[in-house]
Design a protein around this ligand. Structure first.
Ligand code: NAP
Length: 310
């Protein structure tokens, strides 16, 4: 599939530093770019093609002339506020959606009821990219590295020879367990699916069925959670050693009772947006490798009848 974006106008709404490298990639593929919420000074250091982009401070102007709008991976909150580290406050609201050209495509990492309602009301195509396997698997690499780096920072032991548990064994969990094994950790995998536990066994990890987790929790020194629901409530946290460190990668609000963790004196760290924070170049290049094909694919299918479109 060609990645040539010649003739297309693409808006990137700044989420974090990975969007700088996404912009560079899209320019390589000949897109015309409208950049919203970017810091021009920061961009100058990493960006030679300043003449090929137009800068904006809100989404309304770009909405009128763009073919594709790329929102940050975490998306938009229930008030329409774009989840971004930009200094500007950016809104994706009725006024923006009302201004869209027909057949516009919106890409967002994680969608929300708010975005889905706007999509229904104004009939634009929306793709939730974080759910696409090719993106999620590649993105799990900087996520897992970032989580392990945070664990190194918050513990006073080595990962090597530690008792480390990964809860949830999907795209991120598998990558994490593989890296932990590589570093010499005693790696425990807790999951509910027998298929996932079979894969963990093949990787020579220790298996923990979710219903048996209570027996193993007291031994753990580091826990990495990837389950996006309350998997570690107060009664499970009570079983942990007070020196145990929890790194919670699950999307907000995370997978544990943070009030209980604080009361019990357990270090628990919610770690959102790791790829953009620890490896913006790699993470931006991952976006740059996946998004052009997604866009070209969407357009070649007539801008409407695509699978994976919400
Ligand atoms: P995934 O492939 O869907 O894997 C999720 C895992 O959690 C699966 O093993 C799934 O089991 C399990 N799970 C889900 N709900 C569960 C429940 N209620 N009880 C028990 N197990 C449950 O997802 P992923 O791509 O690995 O991502 C995991 C999380 O990390 C997501 O919230 C994602 O948004 C987040 N994430 C965060 C970062 C970051 O920087 N912090 C980066 C990437 C992803 P089943 O298959 O049996 O459902």
């Amino acid at each position: 599939m060609s990645k040539n974006l010649d003739g297309l106008t693409i808006t990137i709404v700044y989420g974090d530093r990975r969007d700088i490298y996404l912009a560079k990639k899209l320019i390589e593929y000949n897109a015309r770019l409208l950049l919203v919420g970017f810091d021009k000074d920061e961009l100058r250091f990493s960006f030679k093609e300043m003449n090929k982009v137009e800068f904006h401070n809100d989404l309304i102007g770009p909405a009128k002339k763009t073919d594709v709008m790329v929102l940050p991976i975490p998306g938009v909150d229930s008030q329409g506020f774009v989840k971004s580290t930009s200094k500007s406050k950016l809104y994706f609201n009725d006024e923006v959606a009302m201004s869209f050209k027909p057949k516009i495509l919106v890409l967002v990492g994680m969608t929300s009821t708010y975005l889905l309602n706007l999509k229904e009301k104004y009939n634009f195509s929306l793709i939730e990219t974080a759910e696409l396997n090719d993106f999620a698997i590649l993105n799990s690499i900087p996520s897992a590295e970032g989580a392990i780096a945070k664990a190194m920072e918050l513990t006073s032991i080595t990962i090597h020879n530690s008792k480390s548990m990964v809860i949830g064994f999907g795209r991120v969990g598998i990558t994490l367990a593989r890296m932990l094994k590589g570093l010499g950790a005693n790696t425990y995998v807790a999951a509910r699916s027998s298929e996932q536990l079979a894969r963990a066994l093949e990787m020579n990890c220790h298996l923990v069925e979710l219903e048996d987790m209570d027996e193993k929790l007291p031994e753990m020194e580091i826990i990495f959670n990837t389950v996006p629901s309350l998997i570690l409530p107060r009664q499970k946290l009570k079983l942990l050693n007070r020196d145990c460190v929890i790194i919670d990668l699950a999307s907000a609000p995370g997978g544990l009772d943070y009030n209980a963790a604080e009361e019990l004196g357990i270090t628990a760290y919610l770690a959102p947006g790791l790829p953009g924070r620890v490896a913006p170049v790699t993470a931006g290049n991952i976006l740059g490798s996946v998004y052009p094909e997604l866009i070209v694919n969407h357009i070649s299918k007539g801008r409407g009848g695509v699978t994976n479109v919400c």
